[in-house]
Ligand binder design. Structure first.
Ligand SMILES: [Zn+2]
Length: 100
């Protein structure tokens, strides 16, 4: 395994790890506070298209990272639908993010 391959697999592991806090909060607190469903659906579509691209080029690393993305985004969307409209007390008291 060369450096580029190692970097790709390490990046895949980091992406998987990055989803953990959001999925954990959704599952444990049953809270959808602050989730943008538009963003999560765009991530799902983007990951699906990138997976197709990687499959056509037989790029194992990109297929793996997009496979991880698809699973994590799919799980997030499933939990967000299941707990739609619910927010934990911490999220209810947080100010919402605005982009001005
Ligand atoms: Zn919350």
């Amino acid at each position: 395994m060369d450096f580029a391959q190692a970097a790709g697999w390490i990046g895949t592991a980091l992406i998987l790890t990055a989803y953990a806090p959001q999925v954990w909060h959704l599952a444990k607190e049953k809270c959808t506070g602050g989730l943008s469903m538009v963003s999560w659906h765009l991530w799902l579509l983007g990951s699906l298209l990138l997976f197709v691209h990687a499959y056509a080029r037989a790029d194992a690393v990109i297929m793996a990272v997009q496979g991880v993305n698809l699973l994590a985004v799919g799980l997030t969307l499933y939990l967000a639908k299941k707990y739609e409209g619910k927010a934990c007390t911490a999220c209810q008291s947080r100010p919402t993010t605005t982009f001005k």
